[in-house]
Design a protein. Structure first.
Lengths: 223, 223
């Protein structure tokens, strides 16, 4: 029981979700956790700021060691619990290389998704431009096609032949893409990957509760 | 001699520089390398695209394993050459946690620097707003103060008591900050860190050649 760990998280946030998946994969169940609401501004609450002064979720702590950056928390857990649960860094150099390549390309994927989905939330009204929206949408389309290509004839996982940190980290971003209405028929390789991994226990057990309760959104349905 | 490695790089680019530092730290000298010019658009050349289809530098290859993402390349090198050269992941959990936290916060630092320094290059003229420039500048100021605080009374390195991947990865961003004119007197802790690390052989040996040849810039002198 991982009673010496605390995770404050928000439902549907890929950064939060990947830490939850990493904890499951490393058999670190039973940690202290609290689901907070972004809508209510709870990520700016005192209990978050005490762990994460940036006022962001996740906020993660192991004993007195704080690793709030979600990529960092996943890597920290693998480093500290190497021989517990599933090994998340593969053995072969080729798989290690591909894993790290995809992990960091995953940031570009999420950034381009966020540029489209969070545009009106991030950009003050007086600074919005249709030309920017169009450019962001085209950039996202191209990025998604890149990933659709990566999964063509791949070993079934993002980092090669086995489930790895690349899947822990990037799967939530791909799930986010479909949650926002992307058409599975347009992206058959991504959809096959998504539908296979969503049955994996670490992922199924941590599925965002708000996604179970409410229908998906449609923002990306025409992509 | 690391003759089975190839690095295509551009001078003064933090992503390129960190891979060069990692190679030096792991005693991987003698790799094939080529300095290319961003100004001449050489990052979009055929020889880059063959390794890095995104047309970005660095482009890095070990045997037939490609890891172009600079964070990924540094981590790959440490993973594959653990016992060669300097160990870049510390032993203690507290240092490992802080190392990963700073590594990923380093992305926020670089993003906020880029939002200010590359604004006119990234944003088409018709979409530029003084309000955005002002907001980006304020966000950078706040971010830099955060890092100035991190280095106050710290062990001398970003990840704790020893030189680690956090320094390999984030030092070039801090050097970039001073290269663009930041006043060392305004940021004494960052300046002390910068001046100490610039004498480290891995860093000195890979100092951007264009920075040796031309004077620093002034964009951040009033920050």
């Amino acid at each position: 029981m991982a009673k010496d760990m605390t995770l404050l998280w928000g439902s549907g946030s890929p950064p939060c979700w990947r830490v939850q998946i990493a904890l499951e994969e490393k058999n670190l169940q039973g940690y202290n956790q609290k689901l907070l609401s972004f809508e209510k501004g709870e990520h700016k609450s005192k209990e978050v700021l005490e762990i994460n002064p940036r006022g962001q979720l996740p906020a993660f702590k192991h004993k007195n060691i704080i690793v709030n950056e979600s990529y960092g928390a996943c890597m920290y857990l693998e480093n500290q619990f190497k021989s517990q649960g599933n090994q998340l860094i593969p053995e072969g150099a080729a798989d290690v290389g591909m894993m790290y390549q995809r992990i960091f390309e995953g940031q570009t994927l999420f950034q381009k998704l966020a540029d489209v989905l969070f545009y009106t939330w991030r950009v003050p009204e007086a600074e919005r431009h249709d030309s920017a929206v169009k450019r962001n949408t085209e950039a996202l389309k191209q990025e998604i096609q890149t990933w659709e290509g990566y999964l063509k004839g791949a070993g079934g996982f993002l980092g090669g032949k086995s489930f790895s940190l690349a899947d822990v980290i990037v799967f939530p971003v791909i799930a986010f893409f479909f949650r926002f209405g992307a058409n599975e028929n347009h992206y058959p390789n991504l959809a096959a990957y998504y539908n296979k991994l969503k049955e994996r226990p670490s992922i199924k057990n941590t599925w965002p509760p708000t996604w179970l309760e409410t229908p998906g959104q449609e923002a990306l349905k025409d992509l």
